[in-house]
Design a protein around this ligand. Structure first.
Ligand code: A3P
Length: 303
C-alpha cells in the first residue's frame, strides 16, 4: 500500500497479512535465529490495542520493581524499552534483553510466530481491542509519524483500507482469530485479554496475568497493596505524565525517530464515537459480526 496509510515504508502483503518490508525480513530471520525458551513469555497484540500498557504490566509483575515506586525502571524507561520486540532481539550482540527477563513482544500474527514459540512450552499473553477504537488510535498514531514528504490520508480513505483488512498486521480479524482459536484449544498456552475488560477491572486482570505468567502474588504482597501499586504505576494517567514518556525518544526506524509520547493519546474506551459517523461504525460492526462474532467472539464490541 503506497499512500499515506503507511508508516515509514509502504505496506506489503506477507504470509496473508500486511506488513512493513523491513519487518518481514526480520520475521523470516526470526525463524532461523530465534529459539524460544520454555520460560519465555510472549506479549502479543495487534497495533494500538494496549501493547504499551500490557508491556508495563507484565514487566512490573515479573520484576516486582514497584514495591518501592521510586526505584522502578518504568519511571525512567519507556515500556517498549523494558520489553523489547522480537524482531529487535535476535542477531543483536550482546542480546539487548535484560538478563533473566523472560518478556518478548511482537505484533506478529499467530501463524507467523517462530515455530519454536508455537511448539515450546513458552506462554503467550495476547491483548486486543474494539477495532473501532484500534482504528482511531492507529489513524492518529500514523498521522503523527507520517514522513513529511508523504501526502496525508483522509480518515475516510484510511477507514476504507482498514475495513478491507489493509492495515499494519491486518486483516485485524485474522490477527484476533488466530490467537483466539488457539486460546480455546490451549488455554494454558495463551491468555486472551481485551482492553475494555482490563479497563473495567484492572486489579482482577493483573492478578489473573500474574497467575497465568507463573508469578502469582503472595498473601503478604496482596496485604502490602503490591497489586494496587502495579495498577497505579502502569495506569495511563501515571505513565503518560512521566518525564520519560512525555519527552523521551524511542528508537530510530530508518532515520525516523519515534517519540514516546506518541504511544499515549487518550487511553479511553469508546473514543471512536468522537470520530466515526454512525454509518462507519455500522460498517465496522458488520465486519466484526461476520468475521468474529460468527466464531463466537467479539459480540460485546458491537454498538
Ligand atoms: P488511544 O490512541 O485510544 O489513546 P499500543 O500501546 O498498542 O500502541 O496502543 C496505544 C493505545 O493504548 C493508545 O490508545 C494509548 O493511549 C493507549 N495506552 C497507552 N498506555 C496506556 C496505559 N498505560 N493504559 C491504558 N491505555 C494506554
Amino acid at each position: 500500500i503506497e499512500n499515506g496509510w503507511r508508516f515509514i515504508e509502504p505496506l506489503c502483503l506477507y504470509q496473508g497479512f500486511w506488513c512493513h518490508p523491513s519487518l518481514t525480513e526480520r520475521i523470516m530471520l526470526g525463524e532461523e535465529f530465534f529459539k524460544a525458551e520454555p520460560n519465555d513469555i510472549f506479549v502479543c497484540s495487534p497495533p494500538k490495542s494496549g501493547t504499551t500498557w500490557i508491556k508495563a504490566l507484565t514487566f512490573a509483575i515479573v520484576t516486582r520493581t514497584c514495591f518501592d515506586g521510586s526505584t522502578s525502571p518504568l519511571l525512567l524507561k519507556m515500556p517498549h524499552e523494558c520489553v523489547p520486540a522480537l524482531h529487535r532481539i535476535f542477531g543483536k550482540k550482546p542480546d539487548i534483553r535484560e538478563p533473566g527477563l523472560p518478556l518478548i513482544a511482537t505484533h506478529s500474527p499467530y501463524a507467523s510466530l517462530p515455530k519454536s514459540v508455537l511448539n515450546s512450552d513458552c506462554k503467550i499473553v495476547y491483548i486486543c481491542r474494539d477495532p473501532k477504537d484500534a482504528f482511531i488510535s492507529l489513524f492518529h498514531f500514523k498521522a503523527k509519524l507520517r514522513p513529511q514528504e508523504i501526502e496525508p490520508i483522509s480518515l475516510e480513505a484510511a477507514f476504507d483500507l482498514y475495513c478491507e483488512g489493509k492495515s499494519d498486521f491486518g486483516p485485524f480479524w485474522d490477527h484476533i482469530l488466530g490467537y483466539w482459536r488457539t486460546s480455546l484449544e490451549r488455554p494454558g498456552k495463551i491468555l486472551f485479554l481485551k482492553y475494555e475488560d482490563m479497563m473495567k477491572d484492572t486489579t482482577f486482570y493483573v492478578k489473573k496475568l500474574s497467575e497465568f505468567m507463573g508469578y502469582p502474588f503472595s498473601l503478604e504482597e496482596e496485604k502490602e497493596g503490591v497489586v494496587q501499586k502495579i495498577v497505579e504505576l502502569c495506569s495511563f494517567e501515571f505513565m503518560s505524565n512521566l518525564e520519560v514518556n512525555k519527552n523521551g525518544m524511542l528508537f530510530g526506524i530508518r532515520n525516523h525517530q519515534v517519540r514516546n509520547k506518541n504511544f499515549f493519546r487518550k487511553g479511553k474506551v469508546g473514543d471512536w464515537r468522537n470520530h466515526l459517523t454512525p454509518e462507519m461504525a455500522e460498517r465496522l460492526d458488520k465486519i466484526i459480526e461476520q468475521k468474529l462474532a460468527a466464531s463466537g467472539f467479539g459480540r460485546d464490541w458491537l454498538n
